[in-house]
Design a protein around this ligand. Structure first.
Ligand SMILES: *Cc1c(COP(=O)(O)O)cnc(C)c1O
Length: 375
């Protein structure tokens, strides 16, 4: 909670729920990452928070962008990004959208399957392509492993085919899973990538780029290693596996850039004893899984939640306001709120700048999408 955010909340008294994002923190996070990974090019994964002010700030700071759809590409172009700074990084794209991106000047595309490569060859001839290899997702609080990436052998064959299709086989990518708490997880994938770089070089295909994905964490309830620790481990791993033939490295932070820059203010709508189900009090908020807190699925992401009251606290179950019984935020996890909490109280959900506005539904039960104030 920054002074800027608390002043904004005190003076403006915005309707809740709302996310308030401090752009100074975003700028600091960008600078910290520059320092931790000085040789990497930063592609902000804009799905984490595509607010126009965030994009404009990152354009000004010199960032590049990882976009997943033509709408995201249009958003970041409108914020002033040049198309050369955009990677169409989703491995699942309609051919019409690939063509639209190409028409706007985008020349860098991800794939992990033959069908995707064919679409790119047809709709974006001559473009640079990179193949995503799968990782285990171990150590991540929000794994991205099941759905994406192929094995290294397949990646090798596909990159050879890319050359035959007239595309430029440019590099490899991976994602070790979001909110990755173990910096060592990058090492295995970097090692696999280096082996593949050498194998392809033997066939005359010189890859240039390694995209080491996102996964850098933000601070929620659990402690995390420092960003410098991640930088040191990753740089050591790159040197170890690639020696002095280092590729151009791309990093795609989402959560790290915006997570701790924002807090959600929410209001307590109901406090109920539900002794039939649970001995704890149930506290219902005006935001839940469908209002932006989707990452509480399986209680994966544990946001710090604070009340201004200081009295003794008891364990509670936290739930959202919608008419869906899946809309329970925390039941297994140990969340405590003051015994004198009242209906109408405001609570702060901290480190909520990433993956909240974008995950909010449009009008489930008529609730509005999450508002975002960038200050
Ligand atoms: C979501 C995503 C990211 C960002 O991940 P974080 O864990 O938020 O840093 C980066 N790259 C790709 C391809 C993604 O899908």
């Amino acid at each position: 909670m920054t002074r800027k955010i608390s002043r904004f909340l005190a003076q403006r008294r915005p309707q809740t729920p709302c996310l308030v994002l401090d752009l100074d923190i975003v700028a600091q996070n960008y600078a910290k990452l520059r320092q931790a990974m000085p040789d990497a090019e930063i592609f902000y994964a804009m799905k984490a928070n595509p607010a126009a002010e965030v994009l404009a700030l990152l354009v000004r700071l010199g960032s590049s962008f990882d976009a997943a759809s033509i709408n995201e590409i249009d958003l970041v172009l409108a914020a002033g990004a040049e198309p050369e700074r955009i990677s169409f990084g989703n491995t699942i794209k309609k051919q019409a959208d690939i063509a639209a991106a190409y028409a706007r000047g985008v020349r860098l595309f991800a794939f992990d399957a033959w069908g995707e490569l064919e679409k790119i060859a047809a709709a974006a001839p001559g473009s640079k392509v990179f193949c995503r290899i799968a990782t285990s997702g171990a150590g991540a609080e929000w794994p991205l492993s099941r759905k994406f990436g192929c094995d290294p052998a397949t990646a090798g064959s596909l990159l050879r085919l890319a050359a035959e299709l007239g595309l430029q086989p440019y590099g490899l990518s991976f994602h070790v899973g979001s909110q990755q708490r173990d910096p060592e997880q990058w090492d295995h994938a970097v090692g696999e990538a280096a082996t593949l770089f050498r194998m392809l070089a033997d066939d005359g295909i010189e890859l240039e780029m390694l995209n080491i994905g996102g996964g850098l964490p933000t601070r929620y309830r659990n402690r995390i290693p420092t960003l410098c620790a991640y930088g040191a481990v990753i740089r050591r791993s790159l040197r170890h596996h690639f020696g002095n033939r280092l590729p151009k490295v791309i990093i795609e932070p989402g959560r790290q850039m915006v997570g701790d820059a924002g807090i959600i203010q929410t209001e307590v709508v109901l406090i109920a004893d539900r002794e039939d189900v649970d001995s704890r009090r149930w506290v219902y908020l005006d935001i839940g899984k469908f209002g932006g807190l989707a990452e509480t699925i399986d209680e994966a992401i544990k946001y710090p939640i604070r009340s201004r009251r200081r009295g003794p606290a008891d364990r509670v179950v936290l739930a959202g306001p919608t008419c869906d019984s899946a809309d329970v935020l925390y039941q297994a996890s140990d969340y405590r709120l003051p015994r004198d909490l009242r209906i109408g109280d405001k609570l702060e959900i901290r480190s909520a700048g990433a993956y909240t506005t974008t995950y909010a539904s449009i009008a489930f039960n008529g609730f509005e999408p999450l508002r975002c104030y960038c200050i």
